[in-house]
Design a protein around this ligand. Structure first.
Ligand code: PGA
Length: 250
């Protein structure tokens, strides 16, 4: 039985004051009621220290939104796995569609980032997803399959259980449009099959999250599908009541 994971992706949002308020509300509710799933927040890099201290000794794990493929050196603007580890990051998102689209991240670069995260003992949350044009052209399986395949080729079969996959249809991100539970399940099952070809035993342990306008109103039915093991939450992770409602649904 896979334990579900609900991870917030704050994207480029937040401030010292807003983060304190949001995490204080989340902590106080989870401190009281507990969480029956794993919970994480992936925050902008400048807030790692603040969030590390706010989340100390709580059930909420810390994550980052991107990482460099390099260990250290002359790479202006980059953040290394070692730096993330110093702030007790457990997760790092790699290959988010916004990074692929706006920062020209290729499947190969995403694969390198995944491998680098694993070396450092971080759990990569590997994002895959098709655009609307690709879905309409019937290319969903091919696109998403190729994105995952690049990552699978770069990691050892024995490391498979250490990754998290997030299926995020690009047309559903931040648009309010969500894949139906059946549509999402179909892609998740396809991804699971691909994971099995790499390592049949570990594939059953890998959590495949759904992302793309998951919110309190649709979380329960999405999370009820057999291969949907949690959510990567953007907009709804910025409001404590919404994020907490999704955690409860999981
Ligand atoms: P959204 O974002 O929940 O706002 O659609 C999800 C994501 O991009 O991770």
């Amino acid at each position: 039985m896979r334990r579900k994971l609900v991870a917030g992706n704050w994207k480029m949002n937040g401030s010292l004051a807003a983060n304190t308020q949001l995490l204080t509300e989340i902590k106080s509710e989870l401190g009281r009621a507990g969480a029956s799933c794993d919970v994480a927040v992936c925050v902008p890099a400048p807030y790692l220290a603040q969030c590390q201290s706010l989340l100390f000794n709580t059930p909420v794990a810390l994550g980052a939104q991107d990482v460099s493929t390099h260990e250290a050196g002359a790479y202006t603007g980059e953040v290394s796995t070692g730096m993330l580890s110093e702030f007790a990051c457990r997760y790092v998102i790699v290959g988010h569609s916004e990074r692929r689209a706006y920062f020209a991240e290729s499947d190969e670069l995403v694969a390198q980032k995944t491998a680098r995260a694993l070396i450092a003992g971080l759990t990569p949350i590997v994002c895959v997803g098709e655009t609307l044009a690709q879905r309409e052209a019937g290319q969903t399986d091919a696109v998403v399959g190729a994105q995952l395949n690049a990552v699978l080729s770069s990691i050892a079969a024995s490391d498979l259980a250490k990754i998290v996959v997030a299926y995020e249809p690009v047309w559903a991100i931040g648009t309010g449009k969500t894949a139906t539970p059946e549509m999402a399940q179909e892609v998740h099952a396809m991804l699971r099959k691909q994971l099995r070809a790499k390592n049949a035993v570990a594939a059953e342990e890998v959590r495949i999250l759904y992302g793309g306008s998951m919110k309190p109103e649709n979380a329960k039915e999405l999370l009820a599908m057999s291969d949907i093991d949690g959510g990567l939450i953007g907009g709804a992770a910025l409001k404590a009541v919404d994020f907490l409602a999704i955690i409860r649904a999981a």
